[in-house]
Design a protein around this ligand. Structure first.
Ligand code: FAD
Ligand code: UDP
Length: 369
């Protein structure tokens, strides 16, 4: 059987590899872009700094099968991600945790709040901000309002165009209030950066005699025969937007090369209270690249507009889920056509979840002929 995979990101590369290797079938992988790896694409610039073209990508997972799979194609360093936020000029770590208290409040006040938090919540509990706001105690009420205002309100408005209570709770729950001294952004068992980068990792995934990769070609322009299709592009585009467009948020990265060894104290610094950008990435931290120069990227969010910018984030909410369900029902009517990935499933997948979804799909279809 000839398989066509649309999209050479992690979703497309995973399904392509499984079919090529385990079913010994031919797979053509196409991508509209001039590179593989989708949004995880990275490259070394002239200074030898590994740039994540579409924003910082940190691999993290608790999924054993995903870790086993990706580890066949790359080794990882032991980088553990932290995010610094600048709040009223003070640098502290987020998610907001017990240590953050001591950075932003006077010590006696911080201690009082810590005691109250530990009396109320189990140690290590992660509390989404929208839940954390429901406090009776005056100190904790003040704290909840502080965290909401200083960390979530303006950042979320910049990122999503609406207030935190107007985006799906799962979105802000990705960065909960953390009743812990653990200052890392992710607590997953496995995390790190691929030693030779994401592009090389995906290249290794696609490096199989049964796989042919063709770049700079859109699905609409691909006219060669195939018998089975795996589509990781936007599902609404596939069906010609017949029920209307699925909305997305887009982002724009303004890259600057600076004549200094380091610009900031950390790979990612969030600006939840100031400026129009949400965060600044400094890429040389991920693989400890040595250079006299550094490259930073300021991240600006905006609405996705077809033809003007690119789709980055599906927007999870009830209305969009309803619209997606209409496309999904159409998709289910098709034989030998499968949708997957952030755009195909219209889901806010991290890389590990995109891989997991592709692995699961393969298990479901591998018996089919
Ligand atoms: P994509 O990477 O988007 O790949 C889809 C591919 O399909 C693209 O290359 C596109 O060009 C191609 N395509 C689409 N339509 C067509 C068409 N009609 N014809 C031909 N080709 C087409 N995840 C993490 O785990 N950790 C992180 O730190 C992290 N940071 C992120 C930061 C940002 C700013 C963003 C936007 C995402 C981040 N992610 C992160 C998520 C990660 O990027 C996704 O999980 C992953 O890229 C999903 O892979 P995918 O293959 O589903 O989609
Ligand atoms: N968020 C916030 N302030 C921050 C960090 C995150 O309000 O300093 C909210 C915001 O709504 C964001 C969401 O939490 O979109 C998820 O953050 P995450 O860092 O996981 O976003 P991603 O890296 O996927 O862009």
């Amino acid at each position: 059987m000839i398989n066509l995979v649309v999209g050479a990101g992690f979703s497309g590369a995973t399904i392509a590899r499984k079919i090529a290797e385990e079913q010994n079938e031919k797979v053509v992988v196409i991508d509209a872009k001039n590179h593989i790896a989708g949004n995880a694409y990275d490259y070394r610039d002239k200074n030898g700094i590994m740039i994540h073209k579409y924003g910082s990508h940190i691999f993290h997972t608790n999924l054993e099968n995903v870790w086993q799979f990706i580890s066949c194609f790359t080794s990882f360093n032991t980088y553990m991600h932290k995010v610094i936020a600048v709040i009223d000029g003070i640098e502290t770590t987020i998610p907001f945790n017990l240590r953050t208290l001591y950075d932003v409040f006077p010590e006696t006040m911080a201690r009082r709040m810590e005691e109250k938090l530990l009396a109320k919540f189990e140690y290590n509990k992660k509390v989404p901000i929208l839940e954390f706001q429901k406090q009776d105690d005056a100190d904790l009420k003040f704290l909840a309002e502080y965290v909401y205002e200083k960390i979530f309100l303006h950042y979320t408005t910049k990122q999503w165009g609406v207030k935190p209570e107007e985006v799906d709770g799962a979105v802000t729950a990705r960065v909960p209030v953390y009743i812990s001294c653990d200052e890392r952004y992710f607590q997953d068992k496995y995390q790190g950066i691929p030693l030779e980068g994401y592009t090389k990792t995906v290249e290794n995934m696609l490096n199989h005699p049964n796989i042919e990769v063709r770049l700079n070609i859109k699905f609409a322009d691909y006219k060669e025969p195939y018998e089975r299709l795996f589509y990781t592009g936007p599902i609404d585009e596939f069906f010609d937007y017949q029920f209307g467009e699925l909305p997305y948020r887009s982002v724009n990265f303004k890259l600057e090369e600076l004549n200094m060894p380091y610009y900031q104290c950390n790979s990612v610094v969030n600006y939840p209270c100031n400026y129009d950008f949400t965060r600044i990435h400094e890429y040389k931290y991920y693989l400890d690249d040595i250079s006299d120069k550094t490259v930073i990227a300021k991240e600006y969010s905006s609405e996705f507009e077809r033809g003007k910018n690119e789709r980055y984030y599906p927007i999870p909410n009830d209305k969009n889920a309803e619209l997606y369900a209409k496309y999904k029902a159409k998709a289910d009517e098709l034989k030998n056509v499968y949708f997957l990935g952030r755009l195909g499933d219209y889901k806010y997948y991290d890389m590990d979840k995109a891989i997991a979804r592709a692995l699961e799909l393969f298990e479901n279809i591998k018996g089919e002929k």
